[in-house]
Design a protein around this ligand. Sequence first.
Ligand SMILES: N[C@@H](CCC(=O)N[C@@H](CS)C(=O)NCC(=O)O)C(=O)O
Length: 313
Amino acid sequence: MGQLIKGQWQAEDLPRHQADGRFKRPNSTFRDWIGAPDGRYPAAPGRYHLFVNAGCPWAYRTILYRSIKNLDDVVSLSRTAAAAGDQGWHFDNPPEPLLQVEHLHEVYSHADPAFTGRVTVPVLWDTHSNTIVNNESADIMRMFNDAFNGIEGVSQTDYYPETLRTEIEALNQVIYTDVNNGVYRCGFAQSQSAYEEAYDNLFNTLDKLDDRLAVRRYLFGNQVTETDWRLFSTLIRFDLAYYSRFKCNRNQLLDFEHLWPYTRDLYQLPGVAETVDVSAIKGIYYGAGKPGILPKGPQLDFSAPHNRDAIQL
Ligand SMILES: N[C@@H](CCC(=O)N[C@@H](CS)C(=O)NCC(=O)O)C(=O)O
């Protein structure tokens, strides 16, 4: 995919690899915060908007939080078409209603006419000052966790409890490196050794997480945290895309004794199932090349009983 250079779309794809073939993900560029003490972005209902792609695991985290925190009436949302085109992400049935644009890169150049960088989803947009508040999914999850809690109807559930923060940060780091980004390090590796290293790290970590979930209902016991949602965002895509498209094929998720029922357990919590868009997931990973044929399988029953309620911890 191309990028913006001084506000102009450039189709040429700059390399995203280190010399040894390892995939390197660039950092996000807009990092402001709703509800921060500077008062620039107050937590007002109807003021903010999300631009997402429902197949993307990073954008998905924000779609998921918007649903489980009951923010559907507080933060509005537009989806891009499943697969990127020659100008990157674009909207189906343009123009997109909020900003009257056809491509996501126009949202970025609206915010900053001289923007240089990658045009990524998710984007959290402020309709008052007409700019991007933040385009880093990890930040947006944290904001959605508590920034709007003063608004009626918003769920008060805390997925980042004070008492667990140190442990959450530590496990997030491992899961990000080896699993969330690990599947991309498999799929986008440019050398055999970089791929095999990422593959081994991925499955070693999944094995450890599987053991951990033998005795705990969720990663930190019987309370769902941010770390569960971060892991879930990758697991729900695993057999649909990563196993085949990214060559993460030592096992399917279906083969893991605990990770598979754990994924179904999270899927069956209120507000989650309606956020999982299987055709968008297939579309983002398989749909870009012509003729854009999507795999028909695999058949996965996320609604099958998980029997994890009995785990006490
Ligand atoms: N750090 C970002 C990463 C987002 C990201 O990489 N999104 C992908 C889609 S899955 C994207 O938009 N890629 C376009 C590009 O890199 O040009 C986040 O977590 O929010």
